[in-house]
Design a protein around this ligand. Structure first.
Ligand code: SAH
Length: 220
């Protein structure tokens, strides 16, 4: 039986290394911090048990409650765009499975993450704790308002599609900070945008087309 226990991590380890090579590196991601994080985080433990064998495939997967864990390449691409550094503080809106938070937590000093579906917020908090990510702080709530008490953030990542960029998030971005967000209508193709703050002024750049689950709001 002990052999069986050893076999499982090996199988996923092989799948993960192949995923990083063919989906991440061969598509042009070169930042070693991003590559190492993608090589390390056990993505199969962030998806429902029945989907583990698909966890390293080149597409998003359902995680329940109508939500998804993004395709590995999108996670790597968005992380790369943020230019994460080891001393930085990050905010994520849309914890979902916790996978993107874990990737960031492998690189930066501290990650704050907010999830609006209470069940997912609870599940991902305990998952991240069990995996030993003690530099991630989870919260249930509407990420539209950001997390003022921990601001300013060097990096902000929104993983749900919003029709506009929430002003509180721009306000909570540090000087020279970077915010990446899919902007556009729900259930359509959206545009990934990068906001950088220079001398207090936000500058927006359009990056590429993506498809994310909708940004939701809690009644005020
Ligand atoms: N980053 C996630 C992907 C999650 S999909 C991962 O790595 O698995 C987007 C998530 O954003 C969903 O779980 C959805 O419930 C959540 N979400 C949508 N609107 C939100 C809001 N206003 N505040 C916080 N979370 C939100």
């Amino acid at each position: 039986m002990a052999g069986l226990i050893l076999q499982e991590p090996d199988k996923y380890e092989t799948m993960r290394q192949r995923m990083v090579k063919t989906q991440i590196m061969e598509r042009g991601i070169t930042n070693p911090l991003v590559i190492d994080a993608m090589k390390k985080v056990p993505r199969h433990l962030f998806v429902p048990k029945g989907s583990r064998d698909e966890a390293y495939n080149d597409y998003p997967l359902a995680i329940g409650y109508g939500q998804t864990i993004s395709q590995p390449y999108i996670v790597a691409y968005m992380t790369d765009i943020l230019k994460p550094g080891i001393k930085m503080k990050a905010l994520e809106v849309g914890t979902g499975s916790g996978y993107q938070a874990a990737i960031l937590a492998e690189i930066v000093d501290k990650v704050y993450t907010i999830e609006i579906v209470p069940e997912l917020a609870k599940e991902s908090e305990s998952r991240l704790k069990n995996l030993g990510y003690n530099n991630i702080v989870c919260k249930y709530g509407d990420g539209y308002q950001g997390w003022k008490e921990h601001s300013p953030f060097d990096l902000i990542i929104v993983t749900a599609a919003s029709e506009t960029i929430p002003q509180p998030l721009i306000d909570q971005l540090a000087e020279n900070g970077r915010l990446v967000i899919p902007v556009g209508k729900p259930y359509a193709v959206q545009e990934l945008q990068l906001v950088t703050k220079k001398k207090g002024k936000p500058e927006t750049k359009r990056l590429t087309f993506v498809r994310f689950v909708p940004f939701k709001r809690l009644p005020e």
